[in-house]
Design a protein around this ligand. Structure first.
Ligand code: AHM
Ligand code: MG
Length: 328
């Protein structure tokens, strides 16, 4: 039977039924709708990239010392304005902004959002998949929101989401114990329920790492990747969201370790590792720094980096075991 779009539930229909009632009551759907609105804007710019003047960089560098792509700047504007104006967000932090944005201390703005507006943004120039990533926290009290309020361990997220702008555009939303995917229907402009209650398949299909960095890895990471190489195929897009999404749906493990050049790794804890590891855990997977569960790391800084190993729980454990045995 072919379902008509009218029969397929939209994002808000599904989350309002499935998310914890107290989160729905105090505005989680408003936050997710703001993310969906920003994602539609980024999707539109991405689809028309060269025609919309979205290729190349702005000539500026961000707080991480990385070159800001034109689409990074446009994506930041889209999500900052959508989240700031939605009426449920107290503060937000964004990869491209050095400082957090404080919106309101009012009790009816209970959410804190940390996000990477355009992940893998240099891939836009070559029409390869990119993404957006969001960690969502609930305030713990009604006290004025400060920088410290955003330095929460990832296990305290109440929800996380990402959007993958690929051959189709899919928004994945995780709340406690549940992960669902919603495909953007170009006809209606709605994110419609396409992936019900996602679980990472039991079998790991591939490993994913930038093999070009091998010469900089520590010996224990060389040993771990050698073991993966012997058992799995390699898939590496170079856009974290794309690599993670494939692993979530097909089974797999993604690694971006620290190395001799970058001991702290490349990826950011607050708006890359934490939200994706939250999604992974709700879908039965796991995420580790190599020595510690990602979601237990106490952040010290807004933009801190972390080594990241995420995917099938048994394979993440296999890697961390090799790392600890090889290091001792
Ligand atoms: P970005 O957030 O500035 O786009 O950088 C993060 C990206 C990830 O999407 C991807 O996993 C990684 O950088 C790829 O790095 P590399 O090119 O070193 O393999
Ligand atoms: Mg990124």
């Amino acid at each position: 039977m072919v379902m008509t779009d009218a029969a397929i539930p939209a994002l808000t229909d599904v989350v309002s039924q499935s998310a914890p009632a107290e989160l729905v009551a105090d505005g989680l759907l408003t936050v997710l709708e703001a993310i969906a609105a920003g994602a539609k804007r980024v999707d539109g710019l991405t689809r028309r990239a060269a025609l919309a003047g979205m290729l190349g960089d702005t000539g500026e560098t961000n707080v991480q010392g990385e070159i800001v792509q034109v689409l990074d700047a446009a994506g930041t504007d889209a999500f900052v304005s959508a989240l700031r104006d939605c009426g449920a967000v107290a503060a937000l932090a964004c990869e491209e902004l050095e400082e957090a944005v404080f919106v309101s201390d009012a009790a009816d703005h209970p959410y804190l959002v940390m996000f990477d507006p355009v992940d893998g943004s240099s891939n836009i120039d070559v029409a390869v998949t990119i993404g957006s990533i969001f960690a969502i926290y609930r305030r713990t009290d009604d006290a004025p929101v400060t920088d410290a309020a955003l330095l929460r361990p990832g296990r305290e997220q109440c929800a996380a989401a990402y959007v993958v702008y690929g051959s189709s555009t899919v928004m994945v939303v995780a709340t406690e114990g549940r992960v669902d995917g919603f495909t953007l229907d170009p006809a209606s402009g709605e994110f419609l329920h396409s992936h019900d209650q996602i679980q990472i398949p039991a079998k790991c299909a591939a490993y994913s790492v930038n093999e070009g960095n091998q010469g900089n890895w520590h010996p224990e990471m060389q040993a771990a990747v050698s073991a993966l190489r012997a058992d799995y195929g390699l898939r590496y897009v170079g856009s974290l969201v794309a690599d993670f999404h494939r692993d979530l749906l097909k089974g797999g493990i993604f690694l971006y370790p620290g190395d001799v050049k970058s001991p702290g790794g490349k990826l950011r804890l607050g708006y890359e590792a934490n939200p994706l590891c939250y999604v992974a855990e709700q879908a039965g997977g796991a995420g580790s720094t190599g020595t510690e569960r990602i979601l237990d790391v106490q952040p010290q800084q807004l933009h801190q980096r972390t080594p990241l190993i995420v995917g099938n729980a048994d394979v993440v454990e296999r890697v961390t075991t090799i790392l600890s045995e090889s290091a001792s």
